[in-house]
Design a protein. Structure first.
Length: 203
């Protein structure tokens, strides 16, 4: 039976992204499970000050509850003109977790008077893998994707702030990129690629 890997998320797009990254790296033989595939367990609130702290806490919770190697990511957008915010608050910037449209509307409103040359931002993803109970039975990596905040949403692909984020060197938003283009450049793609050596050990 193929080794199981729990992905501490209910986001099918994140699961698919990890699957594509693994396939591209030639890592086969892992069966990916989401939180919907395992018995419910209490998930600690995301109270860490950094993406890395939150990702590691989620991965440790998943491992403790299931005994399965667990990978978790915490990601968001950091905007220079907002002193690095929304940061770890990205998913609930407008007050309710996961309300993408409201989050995007609020960010656009906050950036309305910011000139083009000061609209720099970066998507950040910290990915953590926990594969044992000890303090050293884990790996944490970070990927960043620099770009700028557009003046209106563009594209219907992706999720989160993708319609507002134009990657460095691009004229299209992240929501207008094909999935394979996004995987090759994105913050999560970069972080997951750094995690590949640790994931290979599980196979």
């Amino acid at each position: 039976m193929a080794p199981l890997l729990l992905v501490a998320s209910r986001n099918a797009k994140k699961l698919a992204e990890l699957r594509r990254v693994l396939d591209t790296a030639g890592v086969s033989g892992l069966t990916l499970l989401s939180l919907d595939d395992v018995p419910p367990f209490e998930e600690a609130p995301e109270t860490g000050a950094t993406f890395e702290e939150n990702a590691l806490a989620k991965a440790r919770d998943g491992y403790a509850a299931t005994g399965l190697p667990t990978v978790a990511d915490d990601s968001g957008i950091t905007v220079t003109a907002l002193n690095g915010m929304p940061g770890v608050l990205s998913a609930r910037w407008a007050g309710v977790h996961g309300e993408d449209a409201a989050n995007n509307e609020l960010l656009l409103a906050q950036m309305r008077d910011v000139p083009d040359e000061r609209r720099s931002a970066a998507f950040v993803s910290a990915c953590a893998l926990v594969y044992g109970p000890g303090p050293d039975d884990s790996a944490v990596v970070r990927g960043e994707w620099p770009g700028v905040i557009a003046r209106e949403p563009r594209g219907a692909g992706g999720f989160g702030y993708d319609p507002l984020f134009v990657p460095e060197g691009e004229t299209r938003s992240a929501a207008q990129l094909r999935p394979e283009e996004k995987d090759a450049a994105s913050h999560r793609g970069r972080a997951l690629a750094l995690l590949i050596p640790a994931l290979r050990v599980l196979v």
